[in-house]
Design a protein around this ligand. Structure first.
Ligand SMILES: NC(=O)c1ccc[n+]([C@@H]2O[C@H](COP(=O)([O-])OP(=O)(O)OC[C@H]3O[C@@H](n4cnc5c(N)ncnc54)[C@H](OP(=O)(O)O)[C@@H]3O)[C@@H](O)[C@H]2O)c1
Length: 263
């Protein structure tokens, strides 16, 4: 790990501390060992925009990028909606050499697996996402998905049907668990997050609050489903300059933790 050149991140609460190392940050955001854990990472402006010019990247600075990378370290799998894959231009899915070194030293595969959710299967089987994948990606889809696309993608990925017209996110979580992929890290996007919330399968949210007002028509970090208020408990507050990096445990997680429930 190279801590020195990174953006400075301080812990505001609990236990205030300055200039946290990567090791400090990893211990703060680690997955619990004993059960499946699904967490989601987003960035939003102070006024709630999830994008600038149609992408999340415009909102983030070095501290957010540092945390974005660190959150992948301990993940067995990164779960992403097809819209984010298309809009953010995900390529061959690999983590940094520092992350590879950390993961192998901790007995993990070099790279997390990649799993995605798509109704339309409008994903290019010839893209590096599939052709340069360190492990065969998993595509969760529905019975109504176009047959020809399903056949084409089936040559480069595992296609798993988990619903008729909407992917059942509980089945997604269960299937990942059955594959031994219990540390599930989702990088969005908003429609997938809305569906994950509606299915009550999210344990934690990592939210970067970017110090900017965007106004305009940008959407929020969760959308597409009827409102499903899910309470959240604040777990930690980090700060880098004017930016806050917040960690919340969602209601499902805190009650499950309290009762020591298994997945
Ligand atoms: N602020 C942030 O941190 C952040 C993070 C990620 C993304 N974003 C931004 O969000 C925007 C993309 O938004 P989005 O909502 O389209 O992203 P998304 O949630 O990643 O993708 C939506 C697509 O995922 C599939 N999907 C989601 N839920 C499904 C379900 N229950 N069943 C079946 N398929 C499902 C569908 O794919 P098909 O269309 O293939 O059927 C759906 O159209 C981009 O501008 C991106 O930059 C922001």
């Amino acid at each position: 790990m190279s801590d020195s050149a990174d953006a400075v991140i301080d812990r505001v609460w609990p236990d205030p501390a300055s200039d946290l190392s990567d090791t400090d940050l990893l211990s703060l955001v680690g997955f619990p060992a004993e059960r499946t854990w699904l967490r989601v990472n987003f960035i939003a402006s102070i006024d709630g925009a999830a994008t600038r010019d149609g992408r999340s990247g415009g909102l983030g600075d070095e501290a957010d990028h540092r945390m974005f990378d660190l959150l992948r370290y301990e993940a067995d799998v990164v779960l992403v909606g097809a819209g984010t894959l298309r809009d953010e231009g995900y390529g061959g899915f690999r983590v940094s050499p520092e992350a590879v070194a950390w993961r192998t030293a901790h007995g993990m595969t070099e790279h997390p697996a990649l799993a995605m959710v798509s109704r339309s299967l409008a994903l290019d089987p010839a893209s590096p996402l599939f052709t340069d994948a360190p492990a065969r990606p998993v595509v969760y889809t529905v019975a109504s998905a176009p047959r020809d696309r399903r056949v084409a993608l089936g040559r480069v990925a595992d296609i798993v049907e988990v619903g008729e017209s909407d992917a059942d996110l509980r089945r997604v979580r269960d299937d990942l668990t059955a594959r031994g992929l219990r540390r599930i890290h989702s990088e969005g996007g908003p429609h997938l997050f809305g569906a994950l919330l509606a299915a009550r399968v999210v344990d934690a949210l990592h939210l970067t609050l970017a110090p900017t007002m965007e106004s305009g028509e940008a959407g929020r970090i969760a959308r597409g489903h009827p409102a499903v208020p899910v309470g959240a408990h604040l777990a930690s507050i980090l700060r880098s300059g004017d930016e806050l990096l917040l960690q919340y445990l969602l209601q499902r997680a805190s009650s499950a933790r309290a009762s020591s429930a298994t997945s």
